[in-house]
Write a protein that binds this ligand. Structure first.
Ligand SMILES: C[S@@+](CC[C@H](N)C(=O)[O-])C[C@H]1O[C@@H](n2cnc3c(N)ncnc32)[C@H](O)[C@@H]1O
Length: 200
């Protein structure tokens, strides 16, 4: 599901980039480690700042970004253009990723799967495109957060079948991506982050 104008404004601004740079990236880097020379996919790449983090902070050699919203894709393309062939952005749906099986060493989800109506399809697709031993690095928004009045009043998300961290981790396990370590909860448990690893 595409963002409504309020959420789009909140994401396409320097405050979102600061949170991503100074909180989420260091947290996920501690959990996942560097990806020197690896090939990564960012689902729902939005304005493309996550792709820059994946190249710069994680050290990936190549990052592909997909987003459902052509306007976001245009924005991300502009942002990553200095990286040349190391970064590629296309319109795409995480529920049906246009990539062969086992084609990425890492997949990143910076707060995207809670926007997908049948979110289990997105998890299945992530598992399909990861190589054995590849990692799924995620930061997600819980059902508890989406039920708060502020989220319901300001933003637009699918209403049915949202997930807790436990539901999400169980779906990763069903799709061959058990967690190597712990899940970190933050902002009163509204958000959670972790790293799943694709089994062989
Ligand atoms: C909350 S924003 C996060 C954007 C970016 N990852 C960030 O952290 O700033 C969610 C993004 O996912 C995209 N999106 C929503 N559903 C999607 C889907 N099914 N497939 C791909 N992208 C999707 C939206 O267009 C939006 O850019």
């Amino acid at each position: 599901m595409r963002l409504n104008p309020v959420e789009r404004m909140m994401l396409n601004n320097p405050a979102r980039r600061m949170v991503q740079r100074f909180y989420e990236a260091p947290l996920l880097l501690r959990m996942a480690g560097r990806l020197e020379g690896k090939r990564a996919l960012e689902i729902g790449c939005g304005q493309g700042f996550g792709m820059e983090i994946i190249l710069g902070k994680f050290g990936a050699a190549k990052v592909c970004g997909i987003d459902l919203d052509p306007k976001m894709v245009a924005r991300a393309k502009r942002r990553v253009s200095p990286h040349g062939s190391h970064a590629e952005v296309t319109v795409g749906d995480v529920s049906a990723i246009q990539a062969p099986n086992q084609s990425f060493d890492a997949v990143f989800d910076f707060g995207v799967i809670h926007h997908v109506p049948v979110w289990e399809d997105a998890v299945r697709e992530v598992g399909r495109v990861l190589k054995p031993g590849g990692i799924f690095v995620f930061e997600e928004v819980s059902k508890q957060a989406l039920e708060r009045w502020v989220y319901r009043a300001l933003f637009e998300h699918p209403k049915e079948n949202r997930f807790t961290a436990e539901d999400f981790v169980a779906a990763l396990e069903r799709n061959g991506m058990p967690l190597g370590g712990e899940v970190v909860h933050f902002v009163f448990g509204d958000f959670f982050a972790g790293v799943g690893r694709r089994t062989g």
